[in-house]
Design a protein around this ligand. Structure first.
Ligand code: NAD
Length: 500
């Protein structure tokens, strides 16, 4: 029997160290997108349910805050060890509910663990700074960082395990308490994580998982005891969450959608560039916020890169991600599939050249939500294919005459998540890095994913806020800086002299 079948118990909510039912606003099926099988159903917490969870998290805050950072860090070391031990099971859970290949899911788990490793350095990361005589002679000034209370993360479907780890390990290590709200399409991976966390003995209420949809999100933002929100998802929702949170005086960091460009210069290494384009555009079936879904060929790059690219893309093996032979899995849902095929049909009607058609996928792939890798050429920048985030395995190729033209098109995009350039020219790469207004830049790197100790950046319509997830930015987001100015009047007589 395939790993992808078999009964899964419904994920409940993990609140106050217990698996609980919360007052619900409805429920939804969880479907394995490769097989079409309904795995279980997920209950969506109502505003009342959210209130109960927030109160438990809030109640856990004073004692957790009062736990020394060095002790809080130790929980991270233990969690890392547990995650390493159950690594493959977590990866399989991701593949089962999301569809990405097992290799990709393993990469996702590695990234999650790297955030735990980084957060384990919290005693150093949380240190403040000070200056003796900083205000005047005899008056010292220092900054200390303090946790604030309850924070929450609202997460997208495309990285069910990794995205929450951009936030929660730092928040908790800083002394806050936390609620993760996974995507209602993929709640099983965080259920698995909550089981691991349950096992490391964190005080009840420090880490919580609440399942739900829009009502759940709005209740979390609105709850007066929630101090801040980290959001990752599509741009329209990111902006709405940012605005709603800001109106209520919350800290908000909201990462949105993307339409990333990969520029190929005429001098690029063809073989490596083609490999990277494929990984970037078709990895996770194009459902990554760092996917480069536009390829811009500059000058002669088109004739060098396109023939081997078309050939390699036609040869990609599409199938259930759990099978080791699959190089690309399904998209998340039947709804996503029909949205993506709609884009393909409208792209043809708009006059773009469909050179690899992903609408027909071999039956051997399975009965699930498959869309094969698709390439459109002769795409114009004003076409829907070039403007919208399709979030599927559709690569749009735009040809330009110069690097300057490529940069001008990227500058004109409302998005600013990532961009890559493939070239052997340092000068071209430098110009690209200097001018391109995206938060993440890849130079001969197709998926410019920052390591855990760097901020996961983003700009323009791809990010609302100031501080990003991961590393030091996360520590800044999850702590308040307090400035302490100290003066003592009765200076003791030390070593025979008085005063300074
Ligand atoms: P989504 O915006 O549909 O949902 C994200 C989260 O918001 C979910 O938890 C969902 O329950 C909630 N939500 C949905 N609609 C809502 C509403 N109207 N009000 C309040 N909450 C709502 O996104 P998705 O389809 O799950 O994820 C894919 C999107 O996420 C893509 O746009 C992708 O680019 C983006 N993404 C961005 C990054 C990044 O770092 N910038 C990373 C991963 C994914």
């Amino acid at each position: 029997m395939s790993e992808n079948t078999g009964k899964v118990t419904a994920p409940r909510h993990y609140v106050g160290g217990e698996w609980v039912d919360l007052d619900a606003a409805g429920d939804l099926p969880i479907v394995n997108p490769a097989t079409g099988e309904t795995l279980t159903r997920v209950s969506l917490a109502s505003a009342v349910g959210v209130g109960r969870a927030v109160e438990r998290a809030h109640a856990a805050f004073p004692a957790w805050r009062n736990t020394a950072p060095v002790i809080r860090a130790r929980y991270m070391f233990v969690l890392k060890e547990r995650m390493e031990r159950r690594y493959d099971e977590l990866a399989r859970t991701i593949t089962r509910e999301h569809g990405k290949t097992l290799e990709d899911a393993r990469g996702e788990v590695r990234r999650a663990i790297e955030n735990v490793e980084t957060a384990a350095g919290i005693p150093t990361m949380m240190m403040g700074y000070g200056l003796e005589d900083g205000a005047a002679t005899g008056i010292d000034e220092e900054v200390i960082r303090q946790p604030l209370g309850v924070f929450a993360a609202i997460c997208p479907f495309n990285f069910p395990a990794m995205v929450p780890f951009w936030f929660w390990p730092y928040a908790v290590a800083c002394g806050n308490t936390y609620i993760v709200k996974p995507s209602e399409q993929v709640p099983l991976s965080m259920r698995f994580v909550a089981e691991l966390v349950d096992d490391i003995g964190l005080p009840p209420g420090v880490f919580n998982v609440v399942n739900g949809g829009r009502e759940t999100v709005e209740a979390l933002i609105d709850h007066p005891l929630v101090r801040g929100i980290s959001f990752v998802g599509s741009s329209a929702v990111a902006q709405a969450v940012y605005t709603r949170g800001a109106e209520r005086g919350k800290r908000v960091q909201a990462q949105g959608g993307a339409k990333n460009v990969l520029v190929v210069m005429p001098d690029a290494n063809v073989e490596k560039t083609v490999q990277n384009i494929i990984g970037s555009a078709f990895g996770a079936a194009g459902q990554r916020c760092l996917a480069n879904s536009i390829l811009m060929t500059v000058g002669r790059a088109r004739e060098r890169v396109m023939p081997p690219l078309r050939e390699a893309v036609r040869a990609l093996r599409v199938g259930d991600g759990i099978e080791p032979t699959s190089e690309m899995g399904p998209v998340i849902s039947a709804r996503a599939k029909s949205r993506i095929t709609g884009y393909i049909e409208r792209g043809i009607a708009a006059g773009a050249t469909l050179s690899v058609d992903g609408r027909t996928v071999p039956a051997a792939a399975g009965p699930g939500c498959f869309v094969g890798p698709t390439i459109f050429e002769n795409v114009r920048p004003d076409m829907e294919l070039a403007r919208d985030e399709i979030f599927g395995p559709v690569l749009s190729v735009i040809h330009v005459d110069s690097l300057r033209d490529a940069i001008a098109l990227i500058e004109a995009s409302p998005y600013g998540n990532a961009a890559s350039i493939f070239t052997e020219s340092g000068a071209a790469a430098r110009e690209f890095r200097y001018r391109v207004p995206t938060g993440n830049i890849g130079i001969n790197v197709g998926v410019a994913a920052p390591m855990a100790f760097f901020p996961f950046s983003g700009a323009k319509g791809s990010f609302f806020g100031t501080l990003h997830g991961q590393g030091r930015d996360a520590v800044d987001f999850f702590t308040e800086k307090k400035v302490v100015i100290t003066r003592w009047f009765d200076t003791p007589d030390v070593a025979g002299h008085h005063g300074f």
